[in-house]
Ligand binder design. Structure first.
Ligand SMILES: [Zn+2]
Length: 75
């Protein structure tokens, strides 16, 4: 049976569900993760097969892809 994980933003306007399993979890200490979190590291989950399903507020989500890198931040 596939895992299902639900989440929201802090105010609750954005709701999402991830269907499928995560394959890796990393606390990344690279300079990009430090800068985009304002902390020592970012907590990153990775999956090549899981699907992200927006349940509410998808249009309020903005995504920034740092030019010249694979670093992407959605907020
Ligand atoms: Zn990083």
């Amino acid at each position: 049976m596939e895992a299902s994980n639900v989440g929201t933003c802090l105010c609750g306007e954005v709701k999402f569900e991830v269907m499928g399993d995560f394959e890796n979890f990393f606390l990344c200490h690279c300079k990009y993760c430090q800068k985009d979190t304002g902390s020592a590291h970012a907590a990153n989950l990775f999956s090549s097969r899981a699907k992200l399903i927006w349940r509410a507020g998808e249009k309020m989500v903005k995504t920034f892809n740092l030019p010249g890198t694979k670093h992407i931040k959605s907020f």
